[in-house]
Design a protein around this ligand. Structure first.
Ligand code: GLN
Length: 468
């Protein structure tokens, strides 16, 4: 019953068929019954949500709608732990701008969604609070790092959720769980109050049941924020109005590099289905080339780790984060607090990031990666001269099995190949579930030029309508 969209619940609320209090209670009951098997939520504060529900203003666009929030986005008075022992006792003293905007639109932040520690991962397995399970098959991962956000929406434990996407962390779990996830243009949504992983790549975005809900949330979340110096001044739009845009007459590019790369048959089938539907709906699907597609993973992991090593330096046990109870001096306190507070993937990235930023290697790795990043962005600028949108897979395979020890960290990193480019180039991209007979969901991805969210949503809505 909780698998309904925001617009469904808004109608029910305004018609008086259910009260905001009852809706929070329904979600609380769903969390209690389903979370033990899925582990999508690290915590939820029903009392706080009920207090907000009692005061909900139904005349506002999201009045009375509870929204789950990834554990790296600050909610005042609530634990904000980034699924890390490092922030085990941290309670946020303020709301992230995205959360302020949700509240101002009448929504109720409810539930701290599980994630890979500090948003580093692709499977949800790097959480200090245990892995999240894929609701479609609990033996499989839900994807990551916004594992809890996607799993909660897919399992009917949340109506919609906020996630964050640094290299695919909204789109890839959305694809693996069968829900919609959009990473907006870099700067569209304020990062103020999002715990930084890689600041030049991080972007907050919605995870929803359908495309219309993504538009409804973007209407509320987008817009300039003086508290984030990278926030864009680009005017916001009524994204809902663009939903009927469709694809007739659009040229949609299919990168040749994305189909020759050994994708799983399920992923290839989903892509072919999208091509057929787009063509039937009046779009022209043409080949494009992104010549530097092969270099994106290397460039991303150098840049993301470099930025992470700098951003996470503040968690030293003194200024922020876990502190060991006893220590034999300052450097012992630093190393043992960080040693105990961070999990192994976070440590791996801090070490790699520190290395690529160190005096002797800076030019060889970091500067080179930045040059590659510029080339990747240029590839898209060129491609968008001849096409309106780009179509591609989200990930090379459906959701892997949990605890698949046969995968090396490098193989896991390589699976981000289709999602990373949008972050490196700052582009908007949406992941949309493709209907299929198999058990595990598979999505496709549409990418657009900077600030072309309206076109992207219109095309995604056309695909969704053709498939429903
Ligand atoms: N899987 C990528 C990584 O591990 C993306 C993470 C993200 O988008 N937060 O870095």
């Amino acid at each position: 019953m909780l698998h309904h969209s925001i617009s469904h619940w808004r109608r029910a609320l305004t018609a008086g068929q259910i009260s905001p209090t009852e809706l929070v209670q329904e979600l609380d009951a769903a969390m209690r019954s389903k979370n033990p098997a899925i582990n999508a939520f690290i915590s939820w504060d029903t009392e706080a949500a009920l207090a907000e529900a009692a005061a909900a203003d139904l005349s506002l666009p999201l009045g009375g709608i509870p929204i789950a929030v990834k554990d790296n986005i600050c909610i005042q008075g609530q634990p904000t732990r980034c699924a890390s022992r490092m922030l085990g006792n941290f309670t946020a003293p303020y709301d992230a701008t995205a959360v302020c905007r949700l509240r101002a639109a009448g929504a109720i932040p409810f539930g701290r969604a599980n994630m890979d520690e500090f948003a580093m991962g692709s499977a949800g397995e790097n959480s200090a609070f245990g892995p999240t399970h894929n609701p479609a098959n609990t033996q499989h991962v839900p994807g990551g790092s916004s594992s809890g956000s996607a799993a909660a929406v897919a399992a009917g434990m949340a109506i919609a959720a906020l996630g964050s996407d640094t290299g695919g962390s909204i789109r890839q779990p959305a694809s693996h769980c069968g829900v919609v996830g959009i990473k907006p243009t870099y700067g569209r949504i304020s990062r103020y109050g999002l715990v930084a992983f890689a600041s030049s790549l991080d972007q907050i975005g919605p995870v929803t049941q359908n495309v219309e809900d993504a538009a409804l949330l973007l209407n509320v979340l987008c817009g300039h924020d003086a508290a984030d110096s990278t926030s864009s001044l680009h005017p916001t739009e009524d994204f809902t109005a663009g939903l009927s845009g469709g694809v007739r007459g659009l040229r949609i590019g299919l990168p040749v590099e994305y189909t020759s790369a050994g994708n799983a048959p399920e992923v290839e089938a989903a892509l072919q289905k999208a091509i057929r539907t787009l063509t039937e709906a009046g779009a022209e699907v043409v080949e494009v080339s992104l010549p530097h597609a092969e270099a994106v993973v290397s460039a991303y992991y150098i840049i993301a780790c470099a930025e992470a090593s700098s951003n996470l330096a503040r968690f030293d046990g003194i200024r922020y984060g876990y502190r060991v109870p006893d220590s034999a001096g300052l450097s012992d306190l630093y190393s043992r607090s960080r040693g105990a507070g961070f999990g192994s993937e976070v440590k791996r990235r801090i070490i790699l990031g520190t290395y690529v930023l160190s005096g002797g290697y800076y030019d060889a790795y970091y500067t080179k990666a930045q040059k590659v990043r510029a080339l990747v962005a240029q590839d898209f600028t060129e491609a968008f001269k001849s096409v309106d949108l780009i179509l591609g897979p989200v990930a090379p395979t459906p959701a892997p099995r949990l605890h698949d020890d046969s995968l090396t960290p490098l193989q896991v990193y390589l699976s981000d190949i289709y999602t990373i480019p949008a972050n490196l180039a700052g582009l908007p991209a949406i992941s949309l579930p493709v209907p299929r007979a198999g058990e595990l969901p598979v999505g496709v991805q549409l990418l657009g030029p900077h600030f072309a969210e309206t076109r992207l949503l219109g095309a995604a809505a056309a695909l969704e309508a053709a498939w429903s």
